[in-house]
Design a protein around this ligand. Structure first.
Ligand code: COA
Length: 382
């Protein structure tokens, strides 16, 4: 396999973007990525998207997006893995370049959730229809069950959950593209409206529109074309039982652990080598479970580590410097690629007030549903 690097990145702001359609969002992000890469042609396009059909009535996004980018003719495929669609699109693009099949490939993600659809019902299609959704559970409900299991097994507290939201809003306040740029206090989180006990409004990621795109090419070409290429050192993916009730321990995200171990193995690195990470905090409890599954903290100690500031900017292992899904926003199909963009900016030294000093190795973790699929990538400054 060839070494692969990212040479261009672009994303729209995240939020309620009523003035932009699904295709507008994609084109804005893709053009920014192409401009950043300094190229005007592509050999292939991957479009991560969870549910264009249900959110806006549009399927068959591959050719639609290539056409509106002015690139009809280029092979272009939609990749779907629920909220992990963006991460899965990056993985497909990575292997296409690594295999030698293509030189310049766009990995992108896009979602338009604010367009009148019943968002909670659409998102629930990523859970087990027969064993979970039929009985009325929603995504906030599933993560509330995970939170209860974690609290019962490990003694995680409501203050631990609030600390994730407080930290990620503080990071998001520094990100011009974030949906919510206001800081919140523990008291505000604990007093926000109840969504699914114990998860409150400020423990949840919002409903968002947005797109993100990166350009990949072989590392040797990247060195000619870019002042600051970012090499992809590892890619891991895994699946787990779809229904929470079918997992041995609902508080342990086994697909995240497997995907992480596969990425660490490919990169020949371990959790202690990572300087900064973007993880899938769709709900505050998810961030705690994920950083345990990636072995950034011991099992059961992520809450205490978060409250101690270990995962904040300036801490031992800064997590979600972009603001995470919580504050930056979560247009589901775009999220996995937007996470990569934050790491690219960090490794290029272009993250402004969010910059982690001397960041050379970064990680992204993206997941679908309540953790039934997970994708992990590891990146290195070249
Ligand atoms: N965090 C912070 N503020 C939020 C927010 C969030 N997640 N969601 C909405 N708000 C704000 C809105 O901006 C609005 O503020 P305003 O009154 O100042 O304008 C207010 O809260 C009410 O917004 P509204 O859109 O009516 O909220 P809602 O009750 O319809 O939705 C949630 C709130 C939490 C239910 C919704 O955001 C949600 O479903 N989130 C989870 C999404 C999800 O499951 N993603 C997939 C994960 S796997």
């Amino acid at each position: 396999m060839r070494d692969v690097a990212i040479i261009g990145a672009g994303m729209t702001p995240f939020g309620e973007l009523w003035g932009s359609s699904l295709r507008d969002l994609f084109v804005d992000a893709a053009l920014e990525a192409l401009r950043d890469a300094g190229i005007d042609h592509l050999d292939a396009i991957y479009v991560g998207n969870m549910s264009g059909g249900q959110f806006v009535g549009q399927e068959h996004l591959g050719p639609l997006m290539a056409d509106h980018l002015g690139m009809a003719g280029v092979p272009s495929t939609r990749v779907e893995s629920a909220c992990a669609s963006g991460g899965a699109a990056l993985r497909a693009a990575f292997f296409e370049v690594a295999s030698g099949a293509s030189d310049f490939v766009l990995a992108s993600g896009v979602e338009k959730m604010n367009d009148g659809a019943d968002v909670t019902a659409v998102l629930a299609t990523a859970a087990d229809q027969e064993n979970e959704v039929y009985h009325g559970v929603t995504f906030p409900g599933l993560y509330a069950l995970i939170a209860r299991a974690h609290m019962q097994t490990h003694g995680t507290t409501l203050e631990d959950l609030a600390a994730v939201a407080v930290k990620n809003h503080a990071h998001g306040a520094l990100n011009p593209k974030a949906q919510f740029r206001q800081k919140v206090t523990t008291e505000q989180v604990m007093a926000s409206s109840m969504v699914a006990d114990p998860l409150r409004l400020l423990h949840c990621s919002p409903v968002s529109d947005g797109a993100a795109a990166v350009v990949l090419c072989p590392l040797d070409r990247a060195k000619e074309l870019s002042k600051h290429p970012v090499k992809i050192r590892g890619s891991g993916m895994a699946s787990s039982a779809m229904a929470l009730a079918d997992r041995r321990d609902p508080a342990h995200l086994d697909a995240v652990n497997l995907a992480g171990n596969r990425a660490y193995q490919m990169a020949r690195l371990g959790p202690r080598d990572i300087h900064v990470a973007e993880v899938h905090d769709c709900f505050a409890i998810a961030e705690l479970c994920v950083i345990e599954a990636l072995c950034f903290t011991e099992r059961g100690s992520a809450g205490a580590a978060t409250r101690a500031g270990e995962t904040a900017l300036g801490g031992r292992i800064p997590i979600n410097t972009s603001g995470g899904l919580k504050s930056k926003g979560h247009p589901v199909g775009a999220t996995g690629v937007a996470q990569v963009i934050e790491i690219v900016e960090q490794l290029r030294g272009e993250a402004g007030e969010r910059q982690v000093r001397n960041a050379a190795i970064g990680l992204t973790q993206n997941m679908g549903g309540s953790g039934a699929s997970s994708v992990v990538h590891i990146f290195e400054r070249v």
